[in-house]
Structure formats: C-alpha cells, structure tokens
Design a protein around this ligand. Sequence first.
Ligand SMILES: *Cc1c(COP(=O)(O)O)cnc(C)c1O
Length: 355
Amino acid sequence: MEIKFTKTTCPKEKPVDESKLGFGRIFTDHMFMMDYSAELGWHDARIVPFAPIPIHPASTVLHYGTEIFEGLKAYRTADGEIRMFRPIENIRRMNNSAERLCLPEIPEDDAMQILDAIVECEKDWVPHSEGTSLYLRPFMYGNEPHLGVHAVKEATYVVICSPVGAYYAEGINPVKIAIESEDVRAVKGGTGYAKCGGNYAASLRAGEKAEKKGFTQVLWLDGVHRKYIEEVGSMNVMFKINGEIVTPELTGSVLPGITRKSCVELLKAKGYKVSERLISIDELYEAAKNGTLEEAWGTGTAAVVSPIGWLSYKDEEFVVNGGKIGEVTQALYDELTGIQWGKLEDKNGWCHKVC
Ligand SMILES: *Cc1c(COP(=O)(O)O)cnc(C)c1O
C-alpha cells in the first residue's frame, strides 16, 4: 500500500515537562487517514498534518453511531528502540469490531504498515521518562452523506497519536469500585465484544453516578440476570479467590482485552490455576465475607494493571486485601511493564519493533 506524506509546515513544540502529560490531551504533528467506498475499496492512504476533520452534517456516524476504535501504545526502550505491544491483536480485534458494525475491514498487512508508518513519522513524540508512552488511537467511522439507515458504503479510517504520562505518577493506588445494579453496558448478541463508541455512550450515566459517590469506576453485571460479573469501566477484571485466578469468560458481552489475554498467559506460565468462567456476584460476595477473596484488579492498556481495594454493591462495601495492592497484582504489573519497556526478556515475542 502506498502512503502519501504531507509534512506539517508548523511543527508544534513537544512537551518539556513529561510529568504533566496526562492522558489524551496532547496530540502530535501528523495523523493517518484513508477513505473507503464500495467502488474503490480503501484508497487515498495519507499522513497529513494533525487538524480538525470536516464532516458532512448527514454523515452516518453523527446519526447512527457507526464508529469503532482501538487503543495501543508505542514505548521507548532504554536502548532507544521504539516498539508497540502486540499490535496484531489490536488489528484483529478492530476487524472483528468492524464486522459487527458493518464497517469495512482492513487487510492485516495494510493495517500494520499504517501503524508502523505513523509511529515512525512521529517517533520523536514518544516521550522519554519512565512510565510514559505514545498512545495510538486508531478509529473508523461510517461517513456516508445521507440519512438512510443501512450498512455503510463509505467510511474513513484515522490514526491519531498522543504522548501520555505515567499512569501511576504517585505510585499504584488501589481504587474503589461500585458494582452497578441498574444500568447494563452490553448484552449477548449486542456489541459488548466490539470496541465501539456506542458502548461507552451507554456506560456514561452509571460512571457519573459512581463518581459522585466517590468511586473510580463501575463494575458491570451481565445484562440478562444482573448476576454475573462482566468487566470494570474500560478494563477487564480478575480476582484471586482461594489461590485460584478467576476472570469472566468471553461470553460476547465482555470486551476481549489484550492485557487480559496477556495476563492469563503470563499467569498460566507461572503455574497459577487460571479459570475463565462465569463468576456471580453472590460468589464474590461470599468470598469477600469469608476472607477467600485475596486480590482483585482491572486490566487494560492505559493502566496495565489496576488494583481494586474496595467494592460496593447496593448498600454494602467490602475491602479487598486491606485496601492494599496484592502480591499477584504487583507481580503482573512489574512483569508486563517490564516486557513493554524492554527491561525484561520478551519470551513470547509480543513486542513489535518499529525503529
Ligand atoms: C479497551 C477495553 C478494555 C481493555 O482492553 P485492552 O486491549 O487490554 O486495552 C476493556 N474493556 C473495555 C470496555 C474496553 O473498551
């Protein structure tokens, strides 16, 4: 695939104080774009100066939510290499999301070439400090200029890049999670397994409500029985119960996280018993009460691993591991981030070198 390159004529100043990067507020000089039409397929692949995108007021995405996205990071290692973590997994997941929303898929080789090209182009934007990275946000939207409801015949794919700070600038602090008993995020047969903007739109109300009560995120229960644990906000969730690691199985309404998958693989290699199965709120509640709920944590690209110190369900609150980070949670965080930043050997070949 040929990618046309238009260099910016007014490069921005790169952030000097990398301790203030935050998440997703600063964007680099360039972005990748290409368009799709039923006649031409994907075409006009280009890297252009970062700028607002003009959009037709009748564009499908503005009315019917035909949008999917991905999130992954490029890391600078100690010896100056720039690498991405398991990008092929993001590409495959994006194509699965595209299939669900009737958006066009992108051939894997092309999608990888695009990620390599934009990261190489913006390599000087990959921050240097411990714990920082360049967050990549690929997204695709239906972009047909009329209001009929049907599968789109025109779409646009974009990749933007944002230097992001260390997630745990003040050390890893366990979070407080509210188990949501009214709203649901997704149902089997719906779009729960697709990474689409609409899932987030449906989740915001519960998130706001939890935040007002002093919780960081919401833990979702399944949409049919309101009984089985699904995931936390933008993370998958894992528990250590009586020595066994338990994570909800991928039933169709849970997002198949790449961090989740990596954690399962690492834990199995270490000899832990890992079960991907249904886990009910009653089982969790019982384990918390009788002291066998030893650890709880969320997994996702942004935080990697996020310990859960408190869980609340309806009017009850329980503490996990005395509100402190557990042994397995800490070991997983150290191992995954060690591999990502090139401090530990990448035995599984998960890191993809860009330059
Ligand atoms: C992206 C996402 C995750 C985490 O997936 P990773 O691939 O580990 O970053 C979990 N849940 C939801 C709802 C997500 O959108």
